[in-house]
Ligand binder design. Structure first.
Ligand code: ASP
Ligand code: MG
Length: 420
């Protein structure tokens, strides 16, 4: 079996969905599990609905949701004839569920409502794509992934229950594959044992696809993207960026860890564990080779350049002059953990520490409060963090020299500079 994942950009409008069908058509004689994201910017739009609802601006929430409804109905109208009625009935059910909720008053935590509302994006997009495939005679079964992908109730960052998910995938999906070659389902979303919808974190559809690839021992996972493959830098900031045709799991994990927006960081582990190759392919030009990610040795890589803007620098000093050892470090990591803060760069001294982190105001504020029990805390903002992997002298000169450096860390494999 192969697993395909199509992102929001590849199903953003009528033409794109037609194009997706053309790609799938070529594989329809094989077993194919297809994971699809919400269309275009739907997830962002649904986030606005959730915010309005939670701020008790019901009319705004309903109006914003109405725009989303119209967009989906218009696309369905253009694409479907024979399948139109069945599809519209399913969309209408999904719309009603959300509208009922929007008429309520929020009494639970925000993240719960976020997941109940935002998860509909994937249900809508897959309903339309599945109907269109049927319309053009590419037989497929639509699966509500919430019947299979079980998570805890950590809303917005739900943790997958692998053993339940594996069992129900085998029980529910095997028979579907016996009936039709193609099963189409949603990325990003799951469900608790109480039947509440959950999400796996933004851009989580890659991870969903990897979960199923793992469970079904897929021969490969293909992520179809609106780029040619994985690049060594973001071309918007570094126009000299180039494509890399081959990477391995370890390298991609490192890239994601340092902030490269390649694929969802959780995607690699389920694939690595079963040695399933990940292919990142151009959705627009399927003839291009794209990037293959597997467990093979790498040949020479270009320098990997990762720039993270919007960094805050936390400078901590122990209050009682104790060394930065077990106790203060343990305390610090507890705080990081509880606030879900990930240090991007740490420099340790005898009684002080400097740490660069993403500047998320609420988190930094909460951190300052908690940490000031054990440390003198200073917070400065407005920095950028540049990470170079596989660097050479000319890359150092080009990207690091001449910067107003606040912190610099260098090893054989990697250089990191925090600069103004
Ligand atoms: N639709 C979700 C998002 O935009 C999940 C995904 O695209 O992977 O974050
Ligand atoms: Mg997406």
């Amino acid at each position: 079996m192969r697993v395909f994942k199509f992102g929001g950009a590849s199903v953003q409008d009528v033409d794109h969905i037609r194009h997706v069908a053309k790609i799938i058509e070529q594989y329809q004689d094989e077993k194919l599990l297809i994971v699809v994201s919400a269309m275009g910017k739907t997830t962002n739009a649904l986030e606005k609905v959730a915010e309005s609802f939670y701020a008790q601006r019901k009319d705004d929430a309903l109006r914003l949701f109405d725009d989303i409804k119209k967009q989906h109905l218009t696309i369905a109208k253009y694409l479907l004839v024979l399948e139109f009625n069945a599809c519209i009935a399913r969309l209408a059910d999904l719309f009603t569920e959300i509208e009922w909720l929007l008429h309520d008053k929020p009494v639970r935590e925000y993240n719960y409502y976020y997941d109940q509302i935002v998860s509909v994006g994937e249900l809508l997009s897959t309903s339309i794509v599945s109907a269109y495939l049927n319309e053009v005679k590419i037989k497929n079964s639509w699966l509500d992934v919430r019947d299979v992908l079980r998570t805890d109730s950590h809303f917005r960052e739900a943790i997958v229950d692998w053993s339940f998910t594996t069992k129900s995938a085998e029980m529910l999906m095997q028979p579907m594959f016996e009936e039709k070659n193609i099963v189409l389902t949603q990325g990003f979303i799951g469900c608790t044992s109480d039947n509440e919808s959950t999400t796996l974190g933004r851009e989580g559809s890659d991870f969903s696809a990897a979960i199923f690839a793992n469970i079904f021992n897929a021969e490969s996972l293909t992520i179809w993207k609106d780029v040619e493959g994985v690049m060594n830098a973001d071309p918007k900031t570094f126009p000299e960026a180039e494509y890399i045709s081959h990477l391995n799991y370890a390298e991609v994990i490192e890239m994601a860890y340092y902030g490269a927006q390649v694929i969802h960081p959780k995607t690699i582990k389920p694939l690595q564990n079963k040695n399933i190759p990940l292919l990142v392919k151009s959705f627009l030009d399927t003839g291009l080779p794209g990037t293959t990610i597997d467990n093979q040795k790498l040949s020479q890589l270009p320098p990997i350049i990762i720039l993270k803007n919007n960094q805050a620098l936390l400078t901590l000093r122990t209050l009682d002059f104790s060394f930065i050892e077990d106790e203060p470090v343990t305390k610090l990591y507890k705080i990081f953990n509880s606030l879900k803060i990930k240090p991007n760069l740490i420099q340790t001294g005898a009684i002080s520490l400097q740490i660069a982190v993403d500047d998320v105001s609420e988190k930094i504020e909460a951190f300052g409060q908690k940490a000031s029990e054990a440390f003198d805390v200073q917070i400065a903002k407005g920095f950028s963090l540049l990470t170079l992997r596989h660097y050479n002298d000319s890359a150092l000169e080009k990207y690091v020299e001449g910067k107003e450096k606040i912190l610099l860390q260098q090893s054989e494999a990697i250089v990191q500079v925090l600069f103004v």
